[in-house]
Structure formats: structure tokens, C-alpha cells
Design a protein around this ligand. Structure first.
Ligand code: SF4
Length: 307
């Protein structure tokens, strides 16, 4: 790692894996979630919006139309590189393998789509799903994104995650035993989370044979349970300086070979209730970079200690 590259970025990983940049095609496959339809829970995670992430995706279009529209957009802008079809909304392995295959195939409309990324829950991964994923993994890179958020089962109860952390451990093992890459999502600023919980989450993530991570702060979105708690003053958001501190801790303490896909959340401006600093993605990334530089922090050096 040189002075500029203080952590393993997604763009560097794309360049070394594919030989060029990879642009994201965000897709809503029309799935739902067992934590919303009553199978494991109702109402979903307290922060989950009505679209289960990916609010910017045009769900009135078919999957093929969504993919084509975004491909056309990149081609108009003369972007170089390839693409990843990213199924983002809700739990994208929550259906029978044959139904999943029909939906995934609708997105793979070009050879330039060199990767397939699928966001889901660990309790929506089983042998049959893995068998299907292995087929796709023969022709293009496949990775699964698991919404862990925290390794603390107590916090998981508070946010109504609907599964225990051991379920994630088993899902990661099953995927990795079958050659599928795994990216874990974690969130800082969850209700009742202590610094000890965050340290435990980073240690837990390091103990898994995962390939990548996405980190963001918990933000309050309109029409969520979290918005109710926030308005009733039962929840306060994490402040900017604390988030930067926690991200520096995470970078410093994450295994060197974990690819960091993301360090900020992406909430649409018209849906964001708080914190307002969440909107300025560039300022967050810039502040993180400056702090890493100033303190001479690199991924995996274990220098950063939470006070
Ligand atoms: S698992 Fe994902 S889609 Fe399901 S309720 Fe939680 S955040 Fe929403």
C-alpha cells in the first residue's frame, strides 16, 4: 500500500480483478423479505425503508428494462470498463432457485456485465441457492452481500434483525466452501451499541473468510420505525466526528485483504430525516482520508484505538 492507498478500495480491487473499472447496475428484482412478510418477522429491520434499499431504482420497469436503461446511460457517458448487475432491494435470494434464475437471467443482457452481486440475508442462503450461484460463478464473478449490521445478538433484537449471528457464520461458510465471494454489511450508530460491540463486530468479521465489507452510519429514513423512535427521542443519531473515529478504527483493525466496498451510506435526499451530514458523501470520504493521512493509519495496522 502506498501513501495514497491506505485501504483496499473497491475500485482498486476491480482494476486488479477485471483489468478495468466496474460500474454498478442497480436492480430491483421484485423480491420481498422473510423479515417483513411474517416468515421470520413483520415490519422488518427498524431502519428498513418501504423499498428495502435501492430507492432510486425504477421498479416500474422490468429487470431487463432497468438493466438496459442503466447500460445505455453509461454508454452515453462513454464510461470505460465493465458492469456488475447488483440486485439491491430486499432479500434477493428469497425465492425458489428456478424463480431466482428467471430473474437473474433477465439482468444479464450483455457480455459486458462481468459480475453478479446479490444482496440478501444469511437465513436466505441454503445448499440449493448455492448450487445455482455456483453455475453463475462459472461465467462471471459472483458475490453475495449479507446484511449483518452487528455481531451483537442483543443489538440484533433491538433492531429486529430477525436472525442470530451464528446464522451468518454458517451462511458465510457454505458460500465460501463453494467458491462464492462474500461481502458483509455493517452499520455504526445502531441503538444501544457500545464501542465494545463495535470492536466485537470487527473481530467477528475478521474471523470470517469474507472478501469484502460495506460500512455506513445508521441514518433515519422517512416512514420507518426508526423515524418514530427518533421523533419520540428514543434514538439519537451518531455524530460526524464519532463516525469518522469509528471508521478509522475499522480500517486500522480490519484484515488487510478485506476489500472495503463502501464507507458511506446512500440515502436519497428527499427521504433522509437525520443526520444531515450523511448527505455530503464527499465531505465524509475526504475527512476519513485526511484523518488516515494525518495519523498515518493503514488497513490492518491495528494502530487506531477507541478511547
Ligand atoms: S433484512 Fe434487509 S430487506 Fe429485510 S427488513 Fe432487514 S433491511 Fe429490510
Amino acid at each position: 500500500m502506498n501513501q495514497i492507498r491506505r485501504y483496499n478500495t473497491f475500485s482498486n480491487w476491480c482494476n486488479s480483478t477485471f483489468g478495468h473499472p466496474i460500474h454498478k447496475i442497480c436492480l430491483d428484482g421484485g423480491f420481498t423479505c422473510p423479515n417483513r412478510d411474517g416468515t421470520v418477522g413483520v415490519g422488518g429491520c427498524i431502519f428498513c425503508g418501504e423499498r428495502g434499499a435501492g430507492e432510486h431504482v425504477n421498479a416500474r420497469q422490468t429487470v431487463t428494462e432497468q438493466a438496459q436503461a442503466q447500460l445505455d446511460h453509461y454508454i452515453r457517458r462513454k464510461e470505460k470498463g465493465g458492469f456488475v448487475a447488483y440486485f439491491q432491494n430486499f432479500s434477493n435470494t428469497y425465492a425458489k432457485p428456478q424463480e431466482l434464475k428467471e430473474v437473474y437471467d433477465k439482468a444479464l443482457i450483455s457480455e459486458k456485465i462481468e459480475a453478479l452481486a446479490i444482496a440478501t440475508r444469511p437465513d436466505c442462503i441454503d445448499e440449493n441457492i448455492v448450487t445455482l450461484l455456483k453455475e453463475y460463478n462459472k461465467d462471471r464473478k459472483v458475490w453475495i452481500e449479507l446484511g449483518l449490521q452487528t455481531s451483537s445478538d442483543e443489538t440484533a433484537l433491538r433492531i429486529n434483525r430477525g436472525y442470530k449471528t451464528e446464522v451468518c457464520t454458517r451462511a458465510v461458510k457454505l458460500l465460501k466452501d463453494n467458491g462464492i465471494d462474500v461481502v458483509i454489511h455493517i452499520i455504526f450508530g445502531l441503538p444501544g451499541e457500545t464501542e465494545e460491540d463495535i470492536k466485537n463486530t470487527i473481530s467477528y468479521v475478521n474471523s470470517l473468510p469474507i472478501d469484502g465489507i460495506k460500512i455506513h452510519s445508521l441514518y433515519v429514513m422517512k416512514n420507518t420505525k426508526l423515524e418514530v423512535y427518533y421523533n419520540e427521542k428514543k434514538y439519537t443519531t451518531i455524530d460526524f466526528a464519532k463516525y469518522i473515529d469509528l471508521v478509522c478504527y475499522a480500517i486500522s483493525n480490519l484484515r488487510e485483504n478485506i476489500v472495503i466496498h463502501r464507507l458511506v451510506g446512500e440515502c436519497m435526499e428527499n427521504l433522509l430525516v437525520a443526520p444531515k451530514w450523511e448527505q455530503d458523501k464527499n465531505a465524509i470520504l475526504q475527512t476519513i482520508s485526511e484523518k488516515l493521512e494525518k495519523e498515518d493509519i493503514k488497513q490492518g495496522d491495528k494502530k487506531w484505538i477507541l478511547q
